[in-house]
Design a protein around this ligand. Structure first.
Ligand code: FES
Length: 95
């Protein structure tokens, strides 16, 4: 299975995970300040900034796009509970 490395800028920790892992599953374990509420792509609490490797994440769903717009998301912001890693290197930080 493909592996991805995710760098959490706020705590300067890199984690190697299998493809398909959602960012929220890792951020919770390593103690990043990316927080969450519903974990279902509904509340917008888990919004994060993807600073590198944007294309190494799954595309936002229609629902995620809507929540991002509703929360005035900036460019390259994603919901950590929805974005799944595909492979390669990704860097994220809390917004
Ligand atoms: S935790 Fe609610 S949208 Fe991600």
């Amino acid at each position: 299975m493909a592996k991805a490395s995710v760098f959490f800028e706020d705590i300067k920790v890199t984690v190697n995970v299998p493809a398909g892992t959602r960012i929220i599953e890792i951020s919770e374990k390593v103690g990043s300040a990316i927080t969450y509420g519903c974990r279902e792509g509904d509340c917008g609490t888990c919004m994060m900034k993807v600073t590198d490797g944007w294309n190494n994440l799954t595309e936002p769903s229609v629902l995620e796009d809507k929540i991002l717009r509703d929360n005035f998301a900036g460019k390259h912001n994603r919901l950590a509970c929805q974005a799944q890693v595909l492979g390669g290197a990704i860097s994220v930080r809390p917004v």
